[in-house]
Design a protein around this ligand. Structure first.
Ligand SMILES: [Zn+2]
Length: 462
């Protein structure tokens, strides 16, 4: 999603509702922490990560997923417990099941259901593109995407799912994986082959969140500037709540990737730059929407180092950015709002937070479906004011919906403020202001801060 601005267009398909199906997944495998470590080692090879590349193609209301490649990447940097905990987040999700029992076992237990051992949500540029005028006009496009999962020791089945208009996950592809098979190839760029800066490495990857900064539009001559920029933005990230209180749980590394050209592509100015990650403004016709669709290059480069979340730092002074859950956060290096964009896009890319801003200028519809609860932890359709997802943070004397009165309900007051997710009506945000709402100095609101904090703790195995 884009950083907030005066121009607030939306692009998206379908709404979401908490799916019932995942209730079945929770707690299937890892009953206790003690058993969890054993379970992980029994099921997965922590020395590798399975990268699944695929193409997602389609139009406004159609979608198809096809496998591109299975790749054995470097050590697994993600959590080793709670492996299905974030399985009902995102626009899409990957679900890993142990492959079916053999004939004898099947006969003995004919009703056995496949055991889900991993599930994780993510979002995509495709899902945003689906309700652009281009898609609504009948265009079809293809996007390269990746999910990364722990490397299984036994044959498994991967299911790639997407939410339908009601927010329920539907299977789009079923991919059998035999870890001993010859169809899994090594990565193009080997582990550690790109020089990296260890800004701070405080713990092994399974006990920390691994943040990876990748620069784009920095030439060889720009490397000294790159290093200064890395230091500044790492500091901005680590010194903001709720990261500040958890800075001893966060590893930050930066890859020294150089580009032929300086700065990103700016199509409206006729500036086409050849850079390592092909970042560009004007994505989907939105001037400030700074993204890359070169997933292959981004994943090849990032895969040379441990990472849970990627931040792409673009060498430009122009305002723009993007954040897509479990894909990346992108921010500019030299804009007056650059540190705000970094944190805002980190909120999207790492924690799946929704945009809390809205505007009467918005003319697009359909980003969130009426009557369907958004999956994002900081947005609600308030279908039941007595049962708000962040209700435990709302004081007894704060009404819901909450009047937009900064005198009585400003600051850190948590309530249900109407106007969020690009809509002035029908969607509610937790606080009057937040890093996901305004462009100012405001911190993350208590609900967003809690969501980020819990996810950092999850990555740190806490
Ligand atoms: Zn918030």
């Amino acid at each position: 999603m884009r950083p907030s601005s005066f121009m607030r267009l939306t692009a998206h398909a379908g709404g979401r509702r908490l799916p019932g199906s995942l209730v079945l997944l929770i707690g299937l495998v890892f009953a206790s922490p003690a058993r969890a470590d054993d379970s992980f080692a029994a099921l997965f090879d922590a020395g590798a990560t399975l990268r699944v590349d695929f193409l997602r193609t389609g139009g406004h209301d159609s979608e198809s997923v096809g496998l591109d490649a299975l790749i054995r990447e470097g050590p697994w940097a993600g959590p080793r417990t709670g492996l299905v905990k974030y399985g009902d987040t995102g626009e899409h999700r990957v679900v890993m099941e142990l492959a079916g029992p053999n004939d004898a076992e099947a006969e003995a237990d004919a009703n056995a259901e496949a055991e889900v051992v991993f599930a994780l949500g993510f979002s995509s540029l495709f899902a945003e593109w689906q309700s652009t005028p281009e898609a609504r006009g009948g265009m079809r496009r293809a996007f390269h995407e990746t999910v990364r999962v722990p490397f299984p020791r036994r044959p498994v089945t991967l299911r790639l799912e997407s939410r339908d208009g009601q927010g329920d996950f539907k299977t789009k592809a079923v991919i059998p994986v035999d870890p001993a098979g010859r169809h899994i190839r090594p990565p193009k760029l080997t582990w550690g082959s790109i020089p990296s800066i260890e800004v701070q490495v405080v713990a092994p990857s399974d006990q920390a969140l691994d943040v990876l900064i990748v620069g784009d539009g920095y030439t060889e001559a720009d490397l000294p500037k790159y290093r200064r920029d890395v230091a500044r933005f790492a500091r901005a990230l680590l010194e903001s709540a709720p990261m500040r209180e958890r800075r001893d749980l966060i590893n930050v590394r930066a890859l020294e990737v150089t580009s032929n050209d300086r700065g990103p592509t700016e199509p409206r100015k006729g500036l086409w730059r050849f850079t390592a990650l092909s970042t560009t403004f004007d994505t989907f016709g939105l001037a400030r929407y700074l993204t890359t669709v070169d997933n292959l290059a981004m994943r090849d480069i990032a895969g040379t180092a441990p990472y849970d979340t990627v931040l792409i730092m673009v060498n430009t002074s122009r305002y723009g950015g993007a954040g897509v859950y479990n894909l990346y956060g992108i921010f500019p290096s030299d804009n007056e709002f650059d540190e705000y964009v970094l944190l805002h896009e980190f909120g999207h890319g790492f924690a799946g937070l929704g945009d809390e801003y809205f505007s009467s200028e918005v003319t697009y519809e359909g980003f969130y479906t009426e009557g369907v609860e958004p999956w994002e932890p900081n947005l609600t359709a308030l279908l039941d004011p007595d049962d708000v997802k962040w209700g435990d943070l709302i004081a007894d004397d704060t009404p819901c919906p909450t009047p937009p009165d900064p005198e009585r309900y400003g600051g850190d007051t948590v309530g249900c403020f109407e106007g969020a997710g690009y809509q002035a009506e029908g969607l509610f945000r937790p606080a009057l202001d937040c890093k996901m709402f305004g462009k100012g100095q405001t911190a993350f609101c208590p609900v967003c801060a809690r969501a980020i904090g819990q996810l950092i703790d999850h990555h740190a195995g806490r």
